[in-house]
Structures are given as C-alpha cells and as structure tokens.
Design a protein around this ligand. Sequence first.
Ligand code: 13P
Ligand code: SF4
Length: 319
Amino acid sequence: AAEKAEVIERIKAQLKAQNAVLVAHYYVDGDLQDLALATGGCVSDSLEMARFGRDHAAQTLVVAGVKFMGESAKILSPEKRVLMPDLDATCSLDLGCEADDFARFCDAHPDRKVVVYANTSAAVKARADWMVTSSCALSIVQHLKDQGEKILWAPDRHLGRYIEKQTGADMLMWNGACIVHDEFKGLELDLLKKDHPGALVLVHPESPESVVAQADVVGSTSQLLKAVMEIDAPAYIVATDNGILHRMRQLAPGKKLIEAPTAGNSATCKSCAHCPWMAMNALQGVLACLEQGSGEIQVDEATRVKAHGCIDRMLDFVA
Ligand code: 13P
Ligand code: SF4
C-alpha cells in the first residue's frame, strides 16, 4: 500500500510538471479512475473521452483505455502528445477489421455511406464517412436513413443488428464482435431475472441480440451509469464490462448491482466480463509513460487528416 501511495504521488507530480492530464475509461482499474478524477482528468465513455481530450488545454494527454481511444485523441489534437500506459492494449473489434480488407469491402459497395464504430484503427476511420460511438450510433444512422442513405456498417455485428432493428435502415454489415460482450447469455439472463423480480436490466449494445432483447436500458457506458443513478429499482443487472461497477458503486452507493451472466460466471468464473486489454492499464504503466515518454501514439499525417473528417462529423452532430 505504501508503494502504491508513492506511485500515485509520483504520477501526480509528473502530471503537473508536464502539463499533462489523465483521460480514463470506466473499464480500467479503479485506482486509475480515481486518480484521473482527483487530478482534474476524466472518466467517461469513448465519446466523452474524445471530446474531453480535444477540449482540454493540457499539452500531454495520458489515455488509460485501449489503442483506438489514444488514436482518436491524437487524430483530434495532433499538436498534443498522447501517451498510453501500454500500446499493446487493443480491442477485438479493431483486430478483426483490418484496413486493407475493409477498403476492399467499401470498394465493392460504393453506393453506401460508410459508418464505422469508434473501436477501429485510424486507417479504417480514414476510409469512413462517419464515425459513431455507442452513445450516438442510433441517432446518426437514423439521420442517414432519413436522408435516404444506405449504410455500410463495421465492425460490430451486434451493435449493427440493434441499430438495424431500431431504425429499419438498410445496413450491410461487417462480421465483428467484442469478445467481452459477446459472452453474455440470453437464456441465463432470463433465469437470473426470475431470481430478482423488478430488477432493471442494463445492456451495452455490443451484447448479443438475445441479451439486448431483455434490456430495460440499452446504451453506452455513460448512459448505463446514468440509468443506475436516476432510475429507482430493487436491483440492477449490468451487462457490460464489470470495470464499470467501480464508478457505479461510487455514484449510486447502496444500490444492488448484479453482473449479467456469461458462459463462465454462471459456473466457476466470477469475473469473466472484463476486457483483457483494458486490464493492461495500471498505475505503474502510467508512471512509466510519463517518466520515460514511452507509449506515445503516432498517426501518420495523411491517415490522420482523412480520419479526422469522420470523427469531426460525429462531434458536430452531437454538439
Ligand atoms: P463506450 O463508448 O460505451 O464507453 O464503449 C466503449 C467500449 O469499448 C465498450 O466495450
Ligand atoms: Fe474492445 Fe470489447 Fe474491450 Fe471494449 S470491452 S475495448 S469493445 S474488446
């Protein structure tokens, strides 16, 4: 504990000395979330992380999350230095949507508007017309549908299917998934609900259709957190990465939070719903990138300029 307190003090000193700010996602270690808030940074969903990084005056952004979050920060603020505790922290959606394959898919369907999820590489974004996050995907696709557009969607098939059902848009889809949310199970959720009458079911839309179908609230991590704070219920079943429980417990103390069932946690594994790449973020890594200048995000300028357009379009839309 003494060592942890010392690391935290050293990070605080480095943040100050380097005019740096910590931008964290709800899925990272609770100590990192607390430190971000204690030092004037933010803990949020991926949309707010992008906006916070763009608008903050700091010269250096330390992004505790996964690589696409660091890249989005750099794309929006090329003049800032963007550091990450571990550059190997990626995402199964990003890994499953390789830029050249994706470009061929787009080339084969030139009549469609290309809409990509934030959880993709800068190179994939460079090929897109729009980027969306889980908090605004529905309204942006609805807007495009209202304009008569047909959509090419990538990479999350569950989020895509949810939006397709809600909007009735014509969506051609890439076949990607999040390895964490893909594990939530509809049948087991149905059984769990019977044990907790009246429980509010909160689901991130990267989850399978059988799980989303049982949701009372479908939304981004920030939207699910807001629902726990604002809606009264005897219990809340949470179908997203369990890293978010840390902030939910802080902002809704005393409320009964239950992790939604995955294939594993109904039997032996009690914490299956946790992203292995988000888990690579640790206090030591934050200290190391600040002290050594390691883990710097680079995006080549031609790619960055192209990718900027699709992120900016989303930020203008939600403004
Ligand atoms: P949010 O934008 O909802 O925070 O989602 C990011 C993510 O990676 C979910 O798995
Ligand atoms: Fe990607 Fe899923 Fe991890 Fe989010 S939880 S970063 S979507 S693998």
